[in-house]
Write a protein that binds this ligand. Structure first.
Ligand SMILES: Cc1ncc(COP(=O)(O)O)c(C=O)c1O
Length: 401
């Protein structure tokens, strides 16, 4: 790796192709279709349905799963809040299951503890690019007849037990937002093996149009050039991806291994730099997993070195940005106050008190987590940053003795 452009000539050529189509009705959604077909192939999946972002994809996956108002959907609280926001958008009740202290991920055991008769679905999150142990979660879900949606917004090109991550749940959701492994600025994708789910994903995200399906994202002129044509067979949202986004995403998808490898390489530098440090604990990668390292996350022993203290020293030595973990979703004011944009009036949240929700592992981890960036497109930069980390560790090793 010498210097790699995040956006290459490939993406630019596909954009030109879209623009040269003049957005004519015959050209429209052709690039989206190409992206979907390629994405499905890369992820060994029968269907891929593109959408505007990785929040809309989760919302639509929940609607396709048949989640009804008042149904409970289990998800981890240690994640970007879109995971649970999508549950609220589907008028369902987010129920939080704890994460493991070492992997930082949701587990089957934690899910089991919060299952109720109202549970309808589970959203697993492949946090920081590492998938939870899906076999155990799928066994539990199948025993209880629950739908599983993998939130893989942060996870491209990871593997578990020899299979690409995204192929374990009933559906898997991806984001092309600007910080992700693959980006088109904004964008999202859902994959599934199931024809019926794919039909619903397409229809619900495409304004409920007649004539579209899992395999058919475009309506032809013949479909609509008739006064008898009845368009909307069901209420849907307009969450369709644009061809311009699809052009960039397609170029990125064709470079997926290269773009994932950049992050995995950066992770090797971070790993080497913290080797032997007794107070920084990297996310545990269990056997059989290939981590895609959206970021390199570690838990800091704040009893020895304060979070801000670490960041200050790191920055003063020339360190790049370090990210904290998001507040746990149920600690956000929106949840504490049940400020759910009129959904609180549905009465379905009355029995659920987010003030009383306790996920001890997530609460332990959240103030301790540090995320180091992995999107270094020049080897020199990550080398320099890894040196800064070594210096920072050496500094604190002296002060904490
Ligand atoms: C875990 C997770 N889920 C969902 C999302 C939402 O994706 P988007 O920003 O494309 O809506 C993100 C990222 O932003 C995410 O990190």
């Amino acid at each position: 790796m010498d210097k790699i452009d995040r956006i290459s000539i490939k993406e630019k050529r596909y954009i030109e192709e879209v623009l040269s189509g003049q957005f004519s009705s015959s050209a429209t959604y052709q690039m989206v279709t190409r992206l979907e077909q390629s994405f499905a192939k890369v992820f060994h999946s029968k269907h891929a349905v593109a959408m505007v972002n990785g929040t809309a994809t989760l919302h639509m996956a929940l609607e396709a799963a048949g989640v009804q108002p008042g149904d409970e959907v289990i998800c981890p609280p240690l994640t970007m809040s879109s995971t649970s926001i999508a549950v609220l958008q589907a008028n369902a009740v987010p129920v939080f299951a704890d994460v493991d202290r070492e992997t930082f991920l949701i587990t089957a055991d934690a899910i089991k503890k919060v299952l109720t008769e109202k549970t309808k679905a589970i959203i697993t999150v492949s946090l920081y690019g590492l998938s939870p142990q899906m076999q155990e979660i799928m066994e539990l879900a199948n025993q209880h007849g629950l739908m599983v949606i993998e939130d893989n917004a942060q996870c491209y090109g990871a593997y578990q037990d020899g299979a690409i991550v995204g192929t374990f749940g009933h559906m898997a959701s991806y984001s092309f937002q600007s910080s992700k492994h693959l980006t088109s600025g904004e964008g999202g994708m859902v994959i599934t093996e199931d024809d019926e789910l794919a039909n619903k994903l397409r229809r619900y995200s495409g304004l409920g149009y007649a004539g579209i399906s899992g395999t058919k994202g475009r309506i032809t002129k013949d479909d609509i050039q008739s006064p008898e044509y009845e368009r909307h067979v069901i209420l849907g949202w307009n969450y369709r991806m644009s061809d311009l986004c699809a052009a960039v995403a397609l170029g990125q998808l064709e470079r997926m291994e290269e773009l994932v490898q950049i992050r995995r390489r950066a992770a090797e530098y971070w790993q080497e730099a913290i080797d032997g440090c007794t107070w920084l604990h990297p996310q545990l990668v269990k056997e059989g997993n290939r981590h895609s390292y959206w970021t390199y996350a570690v838990a800091l022993e704040i009893e020895k070195v304060g979070w801000h203290e670490f960041r200050e020293k790191w920055k003063s030595l020339g360190g790049d940005g370090i990210y904290a973990a998001w507040k746990l979703s149920y600690q956000e004011p929106m949840f504490r106050e049940k400020a759910f944009l009129n959904r609180e009036k549905l009465g379905i949240y009355d029995t659920y008190n987010y003030h009383q929700t306790v996920c001890p592992n997530a609460e332990f981890l959240q103030p301790r987590l540090l995320q180091f960036k992995t999107n270094y497109y020049r080897e020199e930069e990550i080398k320099r940053q890894a040196e800064v980390l070594k210096q920072t560790i050496a500094y604190f090793n002296k002060t904490i003795r």
